[in-house]
Design a protein around this ligand. Structure first.
Ligand SMILES: [Zn+2]
Length: 343
């Protein structure tokens, strides 16, 4: 077929093409502008055109291409005007769909609150490894080898080469590291996850979270400890909160005490949550045993200190009335969503 005739035919075809709507627009694009369009065949034919005519025919094909592009652009513009006409049916001023924002885990909320309460009176935050050696988890804390106190905490041991390591049973190990590395005065809390080899139930878990506190200076007394804990109880549980201390035993403190807070439910009058005692156990504390100070390179004749430790789960349980420890690690969204309003 004569190339010139073909060009004329396509020219008429383009001019006559009716483009209504998106589908026809796309069909036109494929036919005249797509990767296998009709004009490409014309360009191929151009090779066989005698040299003296090449320029003229080439320009004619280029003109076809411009014609197709113009027609396409015109139709596309008309088309988009039409569809924006449809858009105006929608109310663009309406607020967008609500974005779901996750909630902080209740343990993170409580941990952060504990950190904040102590940071207000000058406690820094210290962290340490969860896999510990015997020295930092036991020996430096006055747990000699074979000492029965080691049985107080069921431990997960890990063999690492010739060394026996353990998943830390308390964050007191972090306090040992701080005492070894810093000169008093020391005022720090160590929040973190700890592990105990216990059967999982509503009341016990193989891991939980602690915040332990340590204050060492030249003139630290048991009265300072008691006042610090009373401040904490009032900040955490409200102005009416009272504390009471009961004598206890820990290897790393002497004297040692368990601390109870007045029942957050009955305010001390007695209810089934506090088993009609009016008090709930919240933490353990004491004056740092001089053996511990000496083991960590601190002169126990010059310095004294107090330490305390609490379970984050226990505080959260009292604050949110959660009575099953397992709920904290099951990641049930129905449980976690309830803490959205907490900060
Ligand atoms: Zn009560």
């Amino acid at each position: 077929m004569d190339l010139k005739q073909l060009i004329t035919e396509i020219e008429q075809e383009i001019a006559a093409a009716e483009i209504k709507g998106q589908e026809q627009l796309e069909a036109f694009r494929i036919a005249y502008l797509g990767s296998k369009n009709k004009l490409k065949d014309l360009y191929k034919e151009l090779k066989s055109v005698p040299n003296e005519l090449k320029k003229e025919v080439g320009q004619a094909i280029n003109a076809l291409k411009t014609l197709a592009e113009d027609k396409f652009n015109e139709a596309a513009e008309a088309n988009s005007k039409k569809s924006s006409g449809n858009l105006s049916k929608f109310d663009l001023s309406r607020p967008a769909e609500e974005i779901e924002i996750g909630a902080r885990h209740p343990l993170a909320v409580v941990r952060n609150e504990i950190i904040e309460i102590f940071s207000r009176i000058g406690f820094s935050v210290s962290e340490g490894p969860e896999i510990e050696d015997d020295w930092h988890n036991f020996s430096a804390l006055n747990f000699p080898p074979e000492h029965p106190a080691r049985d107080m905490q069921d431990t997960f041991f890990i063999q690492k080469g010739d060394d026996e390591m353990a998943l830390r049973t308390h964050t007191s190990s972090v306090q040992v590291r701080v005492m070894e590395g810093e000169e008093p005065p020391i005022r720090t809390i160590s929040p973190g996850r700890v592990y105990r080899n216990e059967a999982i139930s509503a009341r016990a878990h193989c891991f939980f979270h602690q915040v332990e506190g340590l204050y060492i200076d030249t003139d630290v007394s048991f009265a300072d400890l008691k006042q610090t804990l009373l401040y904490f109880a009032k900040e955490m549980f409200g102005e009416k909160a009272e504390i009471r201390l009961r004598p206890s035993y820990f290897p790393f403190t002497e004297p040692s005490a368990e601390v109870d807070v007045s029942c957050t439910i009955c305010n001390g009058d007695g209810c089934n949550v506090c088993k009609y005692t009016g008090f709930l156990e919240i933490l353990g504390c004491g004056m740092v045993d001089p053996n511990v100070l000496e083991a960590c390179g601190i002169d126990s004749k010059k310095y004294a200190g107090f330490a305390f430790g609490m379970g984050v789960e226990r505080i959260a349980q009292l604050k949110y009335r959660v009575n099953d420890l397992r709920l904290y690690s099951e990641n049930d969204v129905r449980f976690l969503e309830q803490f959205k309003s907490a900060y």
